[in-house]
Design a binder for this molecule. Structure first.
Ligand code: KG4
Ligand code: ZN
Length: 345
């Protein structure tokens, strides 16, 4: 047995993923299968299809990462699986496979909160702020402020330690990725629309349409996006040519960026000890949003940390890494730990 190999499994939504990391954070193997093509005909993730697809693919994916890492189940030191929040069918598939391997090999089982996976990823060696000396890498210190921006989640969390988080703000209605996807749909773009909308915005004039900036300037750091989506719907309803659609996309992206920047600035003011502003989740791929947040961080004299995109979107490296951090802290779970569809940080 290799004393420090941890297997991570992710199956909470529509990515089936497995990874093997060394306890020092070295990634030995990683694999992600997107179910996008299976859900696209329905314009969204269908839970039953997701669960069946995880069941069909996760075991072979585990075999593949074991082979890539040059090991076998007997060579592992622990197994970490996403146990929530997410779609319960998929969670059961990943958690049950993880427990099975743990039982068969007599290993510790780590039930990982998917959000904590996103939250701890910036501490993975090599993900530290660009330009920092290599010897300082992996040293991102607690506490730091995390903006988690995805299709399912939109929250602002002060990450104080392993298993220790303080949620400073959340969305009152849609998640930011959801707002991108719904607005993109109104603009006639394919699902999921975020990246398509960003591309279209590149050809547009953000100043042409005046759009609301929900909660801008309001106390705290909650988010709201449904009013913005309604404004987009009202403009689309009046009829737009191609240039109009690009202008509206640009206006939408500018409104979201400005709003997120404002909320992040408030959050930093609420967290005076923060060492960095971290942005993660699929929406962190958006360059306009990154630029707006970089400005906010710079004003506060802090680095903006954005993990590489493959570690921002759903993956199993983050689950294995959270497992390593929790193992170090002695936070394993008994084998009767039940997956939780709802599990706030
Ligand atoms: O984190 P993620 O892959 O999955 C979860 O939702 O958990 O995030 C997917 C979301 C989708 O809503 C997608 O449209 C959005 O991230 N997204 C983007 C961009 N790339 C992905 N939104 C805006 N701009 C992008 N470039
Ligand atoms: Zn996620």
């Amino acid at each position: 047995r290799d004393e420090d190999l941890v297997l991570g499994l992710e199956s909470s939504c529509d990515e089936t993923a497995a990874a093997i990391l060394r306890a020092d954070g070295t990634i030995l193997a990683e694999a992600v299968l997107s179910q996008l093509a299976e859900h696209t005909p329905y314009g969204g993730v269908v839970p039953e299809i997701a669960a069946r697809s995880h069941l069909a693919h996760l075991p072979a994916l585990v075999r593949r990462v074991l082979d890539q890492a040059g090991t076998t189940p007997a060579g592992l030191a622990a197994v970490a699986a996403t146990a929530g929040p997410g779609l319960i069918g998929g969670l059961i598939v990943g958690a049950t496979l993880g427990k099975g391997i743990a039982i068969a090999q007599g290993l510790p089982y780590l039930a990982i909160n998917h959000l904590e996976g996103h939250a701890l990823t910036p501490r993975l060696p090599g993900v530290h702020p660009g330009g920092v000396a290599p010897e300082a890498r992996g040293a991102l210190a607690f506490p730091y402020l995390l903006l988690l921006l995805s299709g399912g989640h939109c929250q602002c969390v002060l990450v104080e330690g392993v298993g220790r988080h303080r949620r400073l703000g959340t969305t009152l209605d849609d998640a930011v990725g959801e707002a991108f996807d719904k607005s993109a749909k109104l603009l006639g773009l394919p699902w999921p629309g975020g990246p398509h909308l960003e591309r279209l915005a590149g050809a547009g004039d953000a100043k042409r349409f005046s759009l609301p900036r929900p909660l801008y300037g309001r106390e705290g750091c909650d988010f709201s996006f449904s009013g913005l989506k309604t404004a987009v719907a009202n403009i689309v309803a009046k009829g737009l040519d191609d240039q109009g659609r690009a202008d509206l996309a640009a206006g939408f992206q500018a409104a979201v960026s400005a709003t997120l920047a404002n909320r992040a600035a408030h959050a930093l003011a609420m967290a005076p000890g923060a060492t960095a502003l971290v942005v993660s989740g699929g929406v962190a791929a958006n360059q306009g949003i990154r630029a707006a947040l970089a400005e906010v961080a710079a004003k506060a004299g802090l680095p903006l940390v954005a993990p590489p995109i493959r570690l921002c979107t759903d993956n199993a490296v983050m689950i294995a890494w959270a497992g390593i951090e929790r193992l170090r802290a002695g936070l394993t779970e008994p084998l009767d730990h039940a997956p939780r569809p709802r599990w706030p940080l």
